[in-house]
Design a protein around this ligand. Structure first.
Ligand SMILES: [Zn+2]
Length: 239
């Protein structure tokens, strides 16, 4: 083996050092986050920013993500990633879109009433277009990044129809990934008008029995998105 000349060694060292400084923040972010308080009065330390996209999913808005609106507790990030991976294998052509989650340090997150401690995630409904293909629901500025989209009684919005099978499969995989990590789902909010259609899917019976759907009327209609709060132990929210 030829020995490496000194100048090259020095160069290698510099490059390794540069590499280490680049990697260090990533490693730091991989540590477990700490949440405080509740979803409606809390905060989070060491949160993780969700990836903008993956094989089968994307964020609702690059702009909003850049503004810092897609941070979660590290355990929630793990659960989301694992469930998207499972879905990508079983249903590679189904597209998913996630929405708002929370600020890097949590706290008040307008216009939401919760989303304060890294444990709340909004997901936009998976839809099929007029040709029956699974496509991301368009989420742009004219319809408040998707939140102003209104589905009718038939679960239609223009050419788009809610894909209840894909939605049920997502909730099922979120629950499975959460349980596998000693976590769980604390609350699922979705328009009660659509629950019978969700429960009529292949995963429906399981979801109806195991998942904590909000029974009452939420303060905003949840037709274009479903909200999930995860169960992760948090410390008391001391100022
Ligand atoms: Zn929400």
């Amino acid at each position: 083996m030829r020995s490496i000349p000194n100048p090259t060694r020095a160069h290698l060292c510099t490059r390794l050092f540069a590499f280490a400084t680049l990697v260090a923040p990533v490693l730091a972010a991989a540590a477990e986050s700490q949440c405080y308080g509740t979803v409606s009065n809390g905060r989070v330390e060491g949160s993780v920013k969700l990836p903008l996209s993956g094989a089968n999913f994307s964020a609702y808005s690059t702009l909003a993500a850049t503004a810092g609106r897609t941070h979660v507790h590290s355990k929630v990030a793990d659960i989301l990633e694992a469930s998207y991976k499972t879905l990508a294998i079983a249903h590679p052509n189904t597209r998913y879109v996630y929405g708002e989650t929370g600020w890097p340090s949590g706290g008040r997150f307008r216009p939401h009433r919760t989303h304060q401690n890294g444990l709340s995630v909004d997901f936009f409904v998976p839809v099929k277009n007029g040709k029956g293909q699974s496509v991301p629901l368009p989420t742009n500025l004219t319809d408040k990044l998707g939140y102003d989209v209104e589905f009718d009684k038939e679960a239609k919005y223009g050419e788009y129809t809610i894909d209840f099978g894909a939605l049920a499969e997502h909730l099922y995989q979120l629950d499975a990934a959460a349980r596998a990590r000693g976590a769980g789902l604390a609350l699922v909010i979705f328009d009660i008008l659509y629950l019978p259609r969700l429960f009529a899917t292949e995963r429906g019976a399981y979801l109806k029995e195991k998942l904590p759907f909000m029974k009452g009327k939420p303060w905003v209609r949840h037709d274009e998105h479903y909200h999930v709060d995860f169960v992760v132990p948090c410390k008391a929210n001391t100022p």
